[in-house]
Design a protein around this ligand. Structure first.
Ligand code: ARG
Length: 590
């Protein structure tokens, strides 16, 4: 379905054209004076210069034409010095909403030529605890994935596990010190290795930080961990077996955690998968003259004349021949081209990695690893801070475990529900989980991604204000009105239709509901889920104002009452669709 604002623009353009003016002057925007009108067109102001005429004269011409020709407007006026102000006709708006109601996806147009989009998000590191950065990536990436898919694109969500770095060598070396008797460390062992991992996830989580801390103070240990990493990367059988255990134990735990967050991936690719592609890739870059030696390392220059700040070369191999994070990301691009030939790849990663991606993207384009038309996008996000303004930590100053964070916010909501009303304990627990997740995700997504924000449980779980629970509360309120309506003895006998608004607040609600497509498209175009949050918040406000000003259940005109209910159904569908794109859902009661 066309957006309402585009339909209005078309009519305005016809108006300009019919009066002999350039039709492109007919662009319509949302009113910036909602007290005066709903939409406006400022084309006459620009036309004044072209036609050497007072803008108000042009505006008057166009308004005269439109007023006689179209039924789209309840009111259209030219005001000094030359604005055209418009109020939509109630009939036209109600019909538009009815059409939306009949469409499966609320009339949101599906892309005629869908793009294939790979979204690289999550990005956890095997065996290292998930930290807040990974949380943000998961939440924002999941929302972008759902949004792209909703608009009809072909989307592949890839978790891109970090499983090939030094952390592996650290764990292997630490394990070797603790349990030297394990067969993995016996160079002469040639039998099968045990199927069972020599550690649990709990132990693994303790081993990594211990090893990491040790490597900082114990040089000999650090060296051994490096060597272990090297051996692993060069195919040491025993180390590969340990690595495989680490991977299995870790991935099972990660899956559990992501499931709690309502985050899913289409593919679980990992850094190690593309290591085999590196030698050929590097060879080609050398042969084609892109790669050259610099201080012993092999690099590709990626600086551009217009760079305000110097962009250092992209390093492919260190002087000892070791590969780096950038090498792996480049090889991953080789693989993605081969597997998916995507139109776009979107990376949802901490904005502090922005330079890394600038280098990788430029290198990939310059060397032809990806076709010129492929869009490589970086959606960099800011830090989630605690109330002290520093990166968020647990109460005892440790790294936050995602599980505990989800638990903490769920408990806070549970306490609140139990304080307020008498819900069965089990129901309250389930409901609290749903609300908690909404609070967490909305608290994150409602901020512009690139900005840092403060994680404030109290504020996030509030039922009032710009919060997830407020949006859920609005939906629950609509559900309860619907239920009460269903239980009424005297219904309107026919299926209701949305009627032209009977009040100013109903009109405002209708207008806001009609704009869902605008919100979703701008969230997609700007890769900005916070636009969806802004929209649902405004829609919820419009609904609640309407609700407080309108006696729905006591309405005597049954046709009017049925129309209200039908409008509410639509508003609920719009809200539910949007929160699904944000990655959470509403309970039945709260
Ligand atoms: N594992 C990385 C980290 O923890 C994030 C991976 C992001 N994705 C990528 N293709 N580099 O920082």
């Amino acid at each position: 379905m066309k957006k309402l604002i585009d339909l209005i623009t078309e009519v305005a353009e016809q108006g300009f054209e019919a009066c002999g003016y350039d039709k492109n002057l007919g662009k319509v925007t949302l009113s910036n004076r909602p007290d005066l009108c709903e939409y406006q067109c400022n084309g006459a102001m620009a036309g004044a210069k072209i036609y050497k005429k007072a803008p108000i004269m042009i505006a008057n011409d166009v308004v005269g034409k439109l007023a006689e020709k179209t039924e789209m407007f309840e009111e259209i006026t030219a005001v000094n010095p030359g604005f055209i102000n418009m109020k939509l006709s109630g009939v036209f708006l109600a019909e538009y909403l009815e059409r939306m109601n009949g469409e499966e996806k609320l009339g949101v147009s599906q892309k005629e030529t869908p793009e294939t989009i790979v979204i690289d998000y999550g990005g956890p590191n095997v065996a290292k605890p998930l930290h807040v950065g990974h949380l943000r990536s998961a939440i924002i990436g999941e929302s972008m994935k759902r949004l792209c898919r909703f608009l009809g694109h072909q989307v592949i969500g890839d978790v891109h596990l970090g499983d090939w770095g030094l952390q592996m060598g650290l764990i292997i070396e630490e394990l070797k010190e603790r349990k030297p008797e394990l067969p993995y460390f016996d160079e002469d062992y040639s039998g099968d290795y045990p199927e069972e991992a020599p550690f649990t996830i709990g132990e693994l989580e303790e081993i990594y930080p211990a090893a990491s801390a040790k490597s900082k103070v114990d040089e000999a240990f650090a060296k051994k961990a490096h060597d272990a990493t090297y051996k692993l990367q060069n195919g040491n059988r025993g180390y590969l077996a340990v690595w495989n255990h680490i991977l299995c134990v870790s991935v099972a735990d990660l899956k559990k955690n992501y499931e709690k967050l309502g985050v899913t991936f289409d593919i679980w690719k990992k850094e190690s998968d593309v290591q085999g592609l590196i030698p050929d890739m590097v060879k080609q870059m050398r042969e084609q003259g892109f790669a050259h030696e610099s201080q012993g390392a092999l690099v590709v220059d990626v600086s551009e004349e217009t760079d305000a700040k110097e962009v250092p070369p992209c390093i492919l191999l260190k002087s000892d021949g070791a590969t780096l994070y950038s090498t792996t990301d480049l090889a991953t691009l080789v693989e993605r081209e081969k597997l998916f030939s995507p139109d776009r790849i979107l990376y949802v990663v901490d904005k502090r990695q922005s330079l890394h991606f600038t280098q990788v993207f430029r290198c990939a384009k310059k060397t032809g690893i990806v076709r010129p038309k492929v869009r490589l996008d970086f959606l960099g996000f800011g830090t989630m801070n605690g109330r002290d303004g520093k990166p968020f930590k647990t109460r005892d100053g440790g790294i936050m475990r995602l599980e505990y964070l989800i638990q903490e916010i769920g408990d806070a909501v549970y306490g609140k529900i139990m304080e307020n009303r008498s819900m069965e304990e089990a129901d309250a627990k389930e409901t609290a989980k749903m609300i908690g997740l909404a609070a967490l995700k909305y608290g994150d997504l409602s901020n512009q991604a690139a900005k840092d924000y403060v994680f404030d449980v109290e504020r996030f779980i509030s039922f009032e204000g710009d919060t997830g629970p407020y949006i859920l509360y609005t939906i629950v309120r609509i559900k309860s009105i619907q239920a009460r309506y269903e239980s009424l003895a005297d219904h309107y006998e026919r299926e209701g239709k949305i009627l032209p608004a009977a009040s100013e607040s109903e009109k405002a609600l209708q207008l806001q509901a009609s704009r869902v497509q605008d919100a979703l498209l701008s969230a997609f175009n700007e890769q900005a889920p916070h636009k969806i949050c802004q929209y649902v918040y405004e829609l919820s406000n419009a609904f609640n104002r309407f609700y407080h000003e309108t006696k729905i259940m006591a309405e005597e005109d049954k046709e009017r009452q049925a129309a209200y209910i039908r409008l509410l159904c639509l508003v609920r569908r719009v809200l539910e669709t949007c929160i699904d794109l944000l990655g959470f859902e509403a309970p039945d009661r709260m």
